[in-house]
Design a protein. Structure first.
Length: 260
């Protein structure tokens, strides 16, 4: 690593450094989102045309440097045969705030959930006694944890985005140590998958062929259970899912106004 300059960010006055790294000096943290080959290829073309003008962001941690924003740019440089990368070095305290970076392409619900799960597992391995609720600033929203457990441990193709609105109303951060919170997240993930199975069964019963319409089944089930313009749900997590599951099973073609 070759340091070029020191400066402060203009808002928080956080001390930063600008440096040039050998590519092999920069590592990928275990909770990064999965690599998108399409985005990487797009960036390769842009870099070839315009040059590399946007530094990546790295954080020191455990004597190493990890990319927290710009992984796709980093991998694009590797494919282009570059040997060095320009980077901003942020403080170690920002290492796990990765969900607040990702400026190349904002992550979707599934990507956020996988990152939240992987970050949860890192905290769990480091200190199982940490309270999940005390880590809320890292995970942003509790539903991402439940979705993450569903995706990473049960069903890789689980349609998390279909349930985001519902879980935003009923999921909460847990006042439990991570060792216990992990088991509760697994139970919540399983309950959510049970609801999704009811949605799949209703989809088959209706004879539909466009899988995106499963989201409409979820929406109608929530409306049947709690009303058309429900803003908050006071019932606890499992009771709410059970109520929506029963509502989904009761739906008929007439609830969809002839939708095919």
């Amino acid at each position: 690593m070759r340091e070029l300059a020191q400066f402060e960010d203009p808002i928080k006055k956080v001390p930063l450094k600008l440096a040039v790294f050998e590519l092999q000096e920069v590592e990928v943290p275990p909770f990064q989102r999965d690599l998108s080959e399409g985005l990487k290829k797009h960036l390769e073309l842009a870099i070839e045309k315009l040059g590399f003008i946007t530094p990546i962001v790295v954080c020191p941690y455990g004597g190493r440097y990890y990319v927290v924003d710009g992984r796709h740019r980093l991998e694009a440089l590797r494919d282009l045969g570059a040997r060095e990368v320009l980077a901003i070095i942020a403080p170690e305290t920002l290492y796990r705030h990765i969900l607040e970076f990702n400026t190349e392409k904002p992550p979707n619900v599934k990507e956020k959930s996988k990152q939240a799960y992987r970050l949860f597992q890192e905290f769990l391995a480091e200190d199982p006694s940490l309270l999940e609720a005390d880590l809320f600033t890292y995970f942003k929203e509790p539903q991402y944890l439940t979705f993450g457990f569903a995706l990473e441990e049960f069903e890789p193709r689980f349609p998390a985005s279909f349930y985001e609105s519902l879980l935003a109303k009923i999921d909460r951060f847990l006042e439990e140590p991570l060792s216990e919170a992990a088991e509760e997240r697994r139970r919540r993930a399983q309950a959510l998958i049970d609801l999704n199975q009811a949605v799949n069964a209703k989809y088959a019963e209706l004879g539909w062929t466009n899988a995106l319409l499963k989201a409409e089944i979820v929406r109608k089930g929530v409306q049947r259970a709690y009303g058309v313009r429900v803003r908050t749900i006071e019932e606890e997590f499992y009771e709410a899912l059970s109520r929506v599951r029963k509502a989904v099973k009761a739906l008929g073609p007439e609830d969809f106004g002839g939708l095919e």
